[in-house]
Design a protein around this ligand. Structure first.
Ligand code: 9UX
Length: 72
């Protein structure tokens, strides 16, 4: 099924960081959309939960050097 979740991302300072988050998640199979909000330190993600999870997406963002926490 399709799920929409919010991931809090600490450590984003400029639009380059936003681009890094997009790059870090670009190859995740099942991730349909990611909207990154720099001002609010969060991303809204929509994904197929038979292929990936909010936790897996957050892990990929962590590996890019940010501090990602599933917020809902
Ligand atoms: Mo901006 Mo972010 O110069 O990793 S790209 S602070």
């Amino acid at each position: 099924a399709s799920q929409t979740r919010i991931i809090q991302i600490d450590g984003m300072t400029c639009s380059g960081c936003v681009a890094s988050v997009h790059t870090a998640t670009a190859d995740i199979d099942g991730l349909d959309t990611i909207t990154v909000d720099l001002a609010d330190n969060l991303a809204t993600v929509t994904f197929d939960d038979s292929k990936t999870s909010a936790e897996a997406i957050a892990s990929a963002i962590d590996e890019a050097g940010f501090e990602a926490t599933v917020a809902n």
